[in-house]
Design a binder for this molecule. Structure first.
Ligand code: SUG
Length: 447
């Protein structure tokens, strides 16, 4: 059975309102690029191209739909009344920051959609999901309700899949999903150890960052481990280095990535590096392969600007691994040299690098790893998936044509109040649910 387990990367489709609004405090790319004109069509096509490359290289690739934006319901909840055009016009006039938030296509970063425990690790033998509350920012707090509906529609067989309540959306349980969760194991079907990295402890604990917010709490990570039935022997909770958060590492996946027994990380990733590795080693049934990149090789600043650690690390059938990096890594001489050194080093299985251009997403602080949610699934679990959500040539072709039919190639901040954009987005998403066969998951379809 473990032979048949494969990791499926579910990438978020970039939504039609992709834009640069400078919404994410502590995410330096988002802060730097706020106000630029975006190209939603290019963004979605870059995402689809990454998915296609991985599919063609033999990896199992899935897709998660975007969300309905602008979220007019959220604006109405905040007191804006009238018809849709009125609501948008009033928001643009009186609270442009709210309009920008309800237009964000941030659900594309599906590493933040949920935390997932594969069936090999869960006591009841099911795959467990908790959609992340994303309460750290208003624009992302709008995501979990629909995320939970989408996950429930896709993973609907309750004999195989378990869905847990989103954690209370309050600072003590601040949860950003799989971006702060790494599963280490032998092959994907073997039992794993779960590394939860948190930025701060709500009740007690040591000091957190001072400049930028810590988005994940220990309490949230512990609650998820409890929900999923994970024991002490299966979990390690490690604090992120607060200095790294203050340098722009707003999630652990900006400074570390794990796959199988490999943990690729920067020396500034953890508050206590040795204790973290020791705790992993004590629990893992297969030897941990730490791949440490020291600050002397790649500075924290370079790690943040190139997103070296926001790579995807993927297992190949022969035991080797491929690193999928954003184009920015190739453009930086030091980082590119470091990657070449990693490929040549004999002690780790990373043997190949694949460079993908996801610049539209990168300008908002989202690299290849942010764009995907990893779900290890047995062949029976893959067969139980609802909808047409696993990528093949036909699905890729349909999605590409769908993007080309519906997406604009230019979206500036002042376009967000355009009622036509809201209409286009609605039409596109309605068609998408049919294309993906996931049923009515959007608020406008639920009536
Ligand atoms: O939450 N950016 C996202 C990027 C998320 C990246 N995800 C991971 N590292 N897993 C965020 O900071 C910016 C939107 C804007 O500014 O328009 C934004 O939300």
């Amino acid at each position: 059975m473990s032979e048949a387990v494969r990791e499926v990367n579910f990438d978020g489709l970039v939504g039609p309102t992709h834009n640069y609004a400078g919404l994410a405090h502590g995410n330096v790319a988002s802060m730097r690029h706020g106000g630029l004109t975006a190209n939603p069509r290019e963004a979605a096509l870059q995402g689809l191209d990454k998915m296609k490359s991985l599919m063609e290289a033999g990896y199992a690739q899935g897709v998660l739909p975007p969300q309905q934006r602008p979220d007019l319901g959220a604006l109405r909840d905040l007191g804006f009344t009238g018809d849709d055009a009125n609501v948008l016009a009033r928001a643009a006039e009186e609270a442009p920051q709210l309009l920008r938030a309800v237009c964000s296509a941030s659900s594309m970063w599906t590493a933040n959609a949920a935390t997932v425990t594969p069936s090999a690790d869960a006591p009841d033998g099911r795959v467990h999901f908790t959609a992340a509350n994303l309460q750290s920012s208003f624009h992302r707090y709008l995501e979990p309700r629909t995320t939970a509906r989408v996950l429930a529609a896709m993973f609907h067989d309750s004999a195989r899949f378990a869905h847990h309540p989103v954690l209370p959306a309050t600072p003590a349980f601040s949860d950003e999903g799989a971006a702060n969760h790494t599963r280490l194991s032998g092959a994907h079907g073997e039992p794993g150890v779960h590394l939860f990295v948190y930025g701060r402890q709500a009740f007690g604990g040591q000091h957190g960052p001072t400049r930028y917010p810590a988005r994940q709490t220990l309490e949230a990570s512990q609650a998820i481990a409890r929900q999923h039935g994970l024991s002490d022997a299966q979990t390690v909770f490690a604090q992120q280095n607060p200095d790294a958060i203050d340098a722009g590492v707003f999630h652990n996946d900006v400074i570390a990535v794990g796959n199988g027994p490999v943990l690729l990380y920067h020396d500034m990733a953890f508050r206590d590096e040795d204790a973290t590795l020791d705790a992993l080693r004590a629990r893992m049934s297969t030897p941990l392969i730490p791949v440490r990149v020291p600050s002397e090789a790649v500075s924290l600043e370079e790690a943040v600007s190139t997103y070296l650690f926001n790579s995807q690390l993927l297992s190949n059938p022969d035991g080797s691994m491929t690193l999928v990096v954003p184009g920015e890594c190739q453009e930086n001489e030091t980082v590119w040299r470091t990657i070449q050194d990693l490929l040549l080093a004999g002690y780790n299985p990373i043997s190949e690098v694949l460079v993908k251009d996801v610049k539209q997403s990168m300008r908002n602080g989202g690299g290849p790893a942010c764009l995907r949610l990893r779900v290890a699934l047995s062949s029976a679990e893959r067969q139980a998936l609802g909808g047409r959500v696993l990528l093949d040539e036909a699905v890729h072709g349909d999605l590409t044509a769908w993007v080309e039919r519906h997406y604009r190639d230019r979206l500036a901040p002042e376009d967000l109040a355009d009622p036509q954009l809201a209409q286009e987005s609605l039409t596109a998403l309605d068609e998408l649910t049919q294309l993906l066969g996931i049923g009515a998951v959007y608020p406008f379809q639920l009536g």
